[in-house]
Write a protein that binds this ligand. Structure first.
Ligand code: SF4
Ligand code: SF4
Length: 189
């Protein structure tokens, strides 16, 4: 009897509009047929794992990726490919990377967002970004090349005040770089 009344109460609260805030969200908002509102993407959490992309080394002005092929060999869906070249900035004495990525492609339609590529990369060169809205109508529509991967990766770096994990491990907590401090201050405010 008590359980029946409890069930009825839950049904009543869920049925009457306004008594309980919705737990889901309509996106894009199709209720506005005249499209007067710009559809805003649903915000994602910091830990959200979207599509993988390549990172950019702002200090030197080149990708972190040396095209070493480790991630490509470990990818369970074999959706990545890459070609390396001699690094011209190394010849000029500006970079310690002897080899650098020349071309890189990820077929995001086949990517299962497992994060293995990020785990196995020794050069902080690839990250799981917050990018997730890349639907297309063609089977090969999400083959993403090097410039696009770097663009997505750089956007993620800026938005999250990203610091290369190996650098973060070296400096330790007492000597957090400025970007890390800015990120943690923003989180606490
Ligand atoms: S992303 Fe990392 S593991 Fe993959 S090819 Fe580039 S440097 Fe190597
Ligand atoms: S997230 Fe997984 S499936 Fe996607 S590219 Fe990386 S290793 Fe491959």
């Amino acid at each position: 009897m008590f359980n029946s009344l409890k069930g009825l109460a839950v049904t009543f609260v869920s049925t009457v509009k306004g008594l309980r805030a919705p737990v889901t969200r309509q996106y894009p908002d199709t209720s506005d047929l005249l499209m007067r509102r710009t559809p805003e993407p649903t915000p994602v959490k910091d830990r959200f794992m979207g599509f993988p992309s390549l990172t950019w080394d702002d200090e030197i002005g080149e990708p972190f990726c040396t095209s070493c092929m480790v991630c490509i060999r470990q990818c369970p869906t074999q959706c990545m490919s890459s070609v390396m070249k001699d690094n011209p900035l190394q010849a000029e004495g500006k970079s310690s990377r002897r080899k650098i990525v020349d071309s890189f492609e990820i077929n995001l339609n086949r990517c299962i967002l497992c994060g293995i590529c990020v785990e196995v990369c020794n050069f902080d060169a690839i990250v799981m970004t917050h990018e997730h809205e890349m639907s297309t109508f063609s089977r090969n529509g999400d083959r993403v090349d090097l410039p696009k991967l770097l663009e997505i990766g750089h956007k993620f770096q800026k938005e999250t005040a990203w610091i290369p994990p190996t650098k973060r491990a070296k400096v330790g907590k007492d000597e957090e770089p400025d970007a890390a401090k800015a990120g943690s201050e923003a989180e606490s405010s």
